[in-house]
Write a protein that binds this ligand. Structure first.
Ligand code: MF3
Ligand code: CO
Length: 269
């Protein structure tokens, strides 16, 4: 199940890359297994959310997450992926994605992105949520709510016959209408046999391939929305993506199966 023979070996996670698309369709049986991975993922994220109190370290949350995944028969998809050192990506405040768990303690008012991948019987689900801790400012709540709405609006156009850029336009249109900016250097992606498959799903109407959605595709749709500039930088740890201007950022992600009708969310909560 290595679909990406035609793409470079060292794709830096979900960073945008160019090239022709090769989309692998999933059978009903594949989708059933991805759904099981998604179910483990959901339960593991719930356990992390319950443990999110002021003063907890991000490393402790990573430990809890890994334990919850493993005890349900899953495997953390991120651990070891391209050398990533943890099971959880935890991105606080101005961190956009790929924050590495460590000694950082969560504080009252933080907005915290939790991004998780689970492998179950060789099938993979990927999802993210941003949650506030304690008294979150009205401005930050609006950013988080809008990002979740961007995901909902994107999922509403995930159906056979539409195209990938319809998803991009749905996210971008809503974010911009609310005055927020959209991260451009990272994107959503096909998922299921590998963590990152074709097609790439930008959150803005980028040029490039614009394949039609077909029943049997499974995609991870993941708006990354910034309160300030859309520009990002990567910290010296080579992973943590932060906003270039230090403004806050939020991230939501679901793994969904394309059908002829409503998309099926495989990582539902
Ligand atoms: N969750 C990211 C994505 O949605 C990937 C995490 S990269 C990893 O594509 F290295 F942490 F696994
Ligand atoms: Co993803």
């Amino acid at each position: 199940m290595h679909p990406k023979k035609s793409t470079p070996i060292r794709v830096p996670t979900n960073r945008a890359r160019m090239g022709r698309t090769m989309i692998q369709l999933k059978t009903a049986q594949d989708i059933a297994l991805i759904r099981e991975a998604g179910d483990i993922l959901y339960k593991a994220i719930e356990a992390v959310r319950k443990s999110m109190v002021e003063g907890v370290t991000t490393r402790e949350l990573d430990r809890i997450l890994k334990n919850e995944i493993v005890k349900r028969g899953g495997r953390p998809a991120f651990l070891g992926y391209q050398g990533y050192p943890a099971s959880l990506c935890i991105s606080v405040n101005e961190e956009v994605i790929h924050g590495i768990p460590g000694n950082r303690k969560l504080e009252n008012g933080d907005i915290v992105g939790l991004d998780v991948g689970v492998v179950f019987r060789e099938r993979i689900a990927d999802a993210a949520v941003t949650v506030g801790l304690g008294n979150v400012s009205a401005a930050d709540r609006l950013l988080v709510r809008t990002t979740e709405e961007c995901l909902a609006k994107a999922l509403a156009v995930v159906r056979a016959g539409n195209r990938v850029r319809d998803i991009s336009a749905a996210v971008y249109g809503h974010a911009r209408s609310m005055g927020f900016e959209v991260v451009r250097e990272y994107c959503g992606h096909g998922v299921g046999f590998s963590l990152h498959e074709d097609p790439q799903i930008y959150n803005y109407p980028a040029p490039g391939p614009n394949p039609k959605l077909r029943a049997g595709m499974v995609v991870a749709v993941e708006p990354m929305i910034n309160a300030g500039t859309w520009k990002i930088k990567v910290l010296d740890d080579d992973w943590t993506v932060v906003t270039a201007d230090g403004s806050k950022s939020a991230h939501f992600e679901h793994t969904v199966a394309v059908t002829e009708g409503e998309p099926e969310i495989l990582t539902r909560w």
